[in-house]
Design a protein around this ligand. Structure first.
Ligand code: CP3
Length: 342
């Protein structure tokens, strides 16, 4: 079995498998070249041949244990009928949904597939192109995180517009979350049918949901998506990433049925070993900034995380995506250090 799949199945390996969030990204010159060929980021996502190429680039360069489909969490809102564009140097922009009228214009969960067909083609390409030891990860955004962008029309530091809709018009907010949940199930199901062996649910803004809101809008949708995907694909492993959940990480495996919980860098590996790893596989959690700064600190942090999580199933990763200013040499040093005794 592939190393990543063994860890997800609960095995403790002497050297954990490794991959990196945003491993196909702007820190790599070959990514920048292919993106220029595509024209822009969204054109790259929808060009199956070029999206396949950028997904494979970090596998060729570094021999990661997993490839993650090259796409974006905001393709689902676009497939549901929202306008989407990226402003260079700033980030995504979308048409906004703030009332029942906006909700009524959205497409149904089964109407997304024509728009997303190029993404399924990328998955099929990858399933046949990847080396036999490399696992293929599909993904989607979690309903809350996707909703924060659909409501605000952009990224927001505190998700205030989404909180305002939640507190001011709960029926519309919940209808939107339900629509995204249903569409996400269909989208991930199609990725699995196309050849994704694992799926990951990115809830980048889970940390801004507190108390009961965390249960209702982070935990509950993850549980629904996981239950339905496992009903359709009983052996499919699923990674959940409720970023910055803090204490909310505790019990997340059992409450949602996730096989693996990915953690950001706001919690220590020692804390993760004590509170999360006894309940299932964990993924993380090196600070992305080490990919910029490198050196002795990088080496000691890689060893510390590896050793702290060596008594249970662990997938080595960063706590969040690698940034464009990272040095590709530091990625090589991270992998070499992780595998030093292998
Ligand atoms: O991990 C991977 O490499 C897989 C592909 C992937 C991308 N985005 C490619 C991407 C994945 C899994 C995502 C997830 C994503 N997208 C999230 C959740 C995870 C997270 O990072 O918190 C979110 C919030 C988005 C929305 C998004 N996409 C934003 C806010 C931005 C702009 C910020 C930025 O980094 O420029 C993007 C663009 C984006 N998505 C890039 C990549 C490689 C950079 C695009 C470029 O080439 O200019």
């Amino acid at each position: 079995m592939k190393k990543l799949m063994r860890s997800l199945a609960g095995e403790t390996l002497p050297v954990p498998p490794i991959w990196m969030m945003r491993q196909a990204g702007r820190y790599l010159p070959e990514y920048r070249a292919t993106r220029a060929e595509a024209g822009d980021f969204l054109s790259l996502c929808y060009n199956s041949d070029l999206a396949t190429e950028v997904t494979l680039q970090p596998i060729r360069r570094y021999g990661f244990d997993a490839a993650i489909l090259f796409a974006d969490i905001l393709l689902v809102p676009q497939a549901l009928g929202a306008d989407l564009w990226f402003v260079t140097g700033e980030g995504p922009r979308l048409s906004t949904i703030t009332d029942a009228e906006g909700m009524a214009k959205l497409k149904g969960p089964d109407d997304i597939h024509e728009h997303l067909a190029p993404i399924y083609q990328t998955v099929r390409n990858l399933a046949s192109a990847l080396p036999s030891e490399t696992a293929l990860i599909g993904f989607a955004g979690a309903p809350w995180t996707v909703a924060t962008y659909m409501i605000a029309g952009r990224g927001t530091p505190d998700q205030a517009p989404a909180h305002a809709l939640k507190d001011g018009n709960r029926p519309v907010f919940e209808a939107l979350l339900d629509r995204i949940t249903a569409a996400t199930i269909e989208y991930l199901d199609m990725q699995v049918q196309a050849g994704a062996e694992v799926v990951k649910i990115f809830d980048s803004w889970a940390g801004s949901l507190k108390g009961d809101d965390f249960q209702r809008y982070a935990l509950e949708p993850a549980k629904q998506i996981i239950a339905e995907l496992k009903r359709r694909h009983p052996t499919l492993p699923i990674i959940a990433f409720p970023r910055e959940a803090g204490q909310g990480y505790v019990g997340f495996h059992a409450a949602t049925g996730a096989d693996c919980v990915a953690v950001d860098d706001s919690v220590s590996a020692e804390w993760v070993a004590e509170h999360l790893q006894p309940h299932g596989c964990v993924q993380g959690n090196l600070k992305s900034s080490h990919m910029v700064t490198g050196g002795a600190d990088l080496v000691s942090e890689v060893r510390r995380i590896r050793d702290a999580l060596s008594k249970g199933p662990h997938i080595f990763n960063l706590g969040h995506g690698i940034t464009p200013d990272a040095d590709p040499e530091n990625v090589a040093l991270m992998i070499e250090t992780l595998r030093e005794h292998a």
